[in-house]
Design a binder for this molecule. Sequence first.
Ligand code: 6CS
Length: 283
Amino acid sequence: MNYSTMIKQMAGASALAVMLAAAPASADDTKLQELKDQGFARVAIANEPPFTAVAADGKVSGAAPDVAREIFKRLGVNEIVASISEYGAMIPGLQARRHDVITAGLFMKPERCAAVAYSEPILCDAEAMLVKKGNPMGFKSYADIAANPDAKLGAPGGGTEEKLALDAGVPRDRVVVVPDGQSGLKMLQDGRIDAYSLPVLSINDLVKKANDPNLEVIAPVVDTPVYCDGAAFHKDNVALRDAFDVELKKMKESGEFAKIIEPYGFSAQAAMSTSRDKLCAAQ
Ligand code: 6CS
């Protein structure tokens, strides 16, 4: 290569370098301003009390949206607008920009941590199974369900319980996708499934409202960890996630975080005793 060509190449390279250096802050830095201008944050929820709930009049509550609503207010975004989604569709919906954040009790696991930008931990819970009174098939673990060729488990589509059951060897055709708590309860009562699995607080909420003496809660499911969720942001919105975490930390330290989640049955201490790094590396 002759000298003049080399100089031209270098000039081009340095011009490019100057352009990149002057490039505006990443697109990520504008997301919070976008939400402020929009006036609301679009949150994905599941409608699974006490994690998330939608009343007959459309009012959104539950520990996850209540924490998010308060933090977004502090960030200058006054409202949240919720859409109900199956757990397995939440991350694709976030990646397709249909949601600004997932605030649904979506438990941190390595494969999810790779796909989203989680906040620090918010809601922690163990896993449970709802069975007929007396636990006639003797379930204590998902392996017990795998071992019984007649046993069928109901669980949320794309949810943690479905994956735990499949990983424990329950064949696909014996793991029944259940869209919501009421459906799961009915399927169990009608004998279409032999156990229905959700986190402990969700199962307890369902049982309390069912008022059916022929039900029994198996909790915790043996050989399963305590999971914690975080608010889940798009991978390109780390600056927004970090701003959310600054406010979450303040609320944890002031006691305001506990005031929001503990009336729902969650432990602030459980969330404060772990971290995103630990939960995303664990299991
Ligand atoms: O994160 C999950 O997959 C699970 N989280 C909750 C709050 N309920 C069921 C779901 O499978």
